[in-house]
Design a protein around this ligand. Sequence first.
Ligand SMILES: O=C(O)CCC(=O)C(=O)O
Ligand SMILES: [Fe+2]
Length: 291
Amino acid sequence: MSTEPETDPTTITPTLVTRPAGSPMDELVALTLEPGGVIVTGWLDADTVGRMNDEIDRYLRGHPDDGAPDTGSELYDRFLGRRTVRLHGLVAKLPETAPALIADPRLVEWATAVMRPSCTSVLLNAGELIQIGPGEGAQYRHRDTDSWPALPPAETPFVVNAIVALDDFTLDNGATHVAPGSHHWPVGRGAQPNELARAVMRAGDAILFRGDLVHGGGANTTDARRRAVSLSYCVGWLRTVENHAANLGLDAIDRAPQPLRDLLGGGVHDASDRGGGMLGLVDGRRPGSAS
Ligand SMILES: O=C(O)CCC(=O)C(=O)O
Ligand SMILES: [Fe+2]
């Protein structure tokens, strides 16, 4: 009789596929579609991470009361996290670093390629600082597509998300829980503990995943923050979670360089060559075009 301890299948947790920055885009797109997500190491270099953290620190020092959830819904505030700082409108709040992060050509190419079957252009759904504070509990596991409960399941997602780590993500400070393959699960099916991988990452790494994958922020049992920026992009015909026009103002969106302007909703979604319509017109013209 073997003295080896028997492997308990309930303790075997999945791992996340990892690729280095600079990997071929079609590989990152394929891994996003199946098994649903990929960690990219070295997505941002140390200098960029440092500049982002400095700018965020400066902003938070000047606005110490910003970022607490106050949506008017007790349930939704709990989902966002009472010990978590969340900021939208990053283009205005972090003007030195956020525009390049959000309009990173690699992210725009990736998001556009993953969602191409369902749209002709993509929007920034939300660009969000998510800083999980000490004592925060694990976030309710969800799909980001839950934001639109009437959306039907689809082969390719209507939302994708890139969570860029600005601190090391550890098992103790809130590394994101992710259930690979869960985009195939029926709506409402929860994840068992042994179905959840953890996005343990170094600062500067990113996890790219489809928005219909079951996931959630982890509990932070340390005495330090876990800081990330979540960059979520959606098909160009969905109402975005973040209200860019209210956060930034229409003029600022209009003045933004491309592709940022279109990502923030300053362009149109043109499905006319697919037999569809054009969304976002102003008196029958594309916004910003001469009248
Ligand atoms: O902060 C994280 O790790 C995940 C957060 C998240 O999934 C969300 O807020 O939708
Ligand atoms: Fe999420």
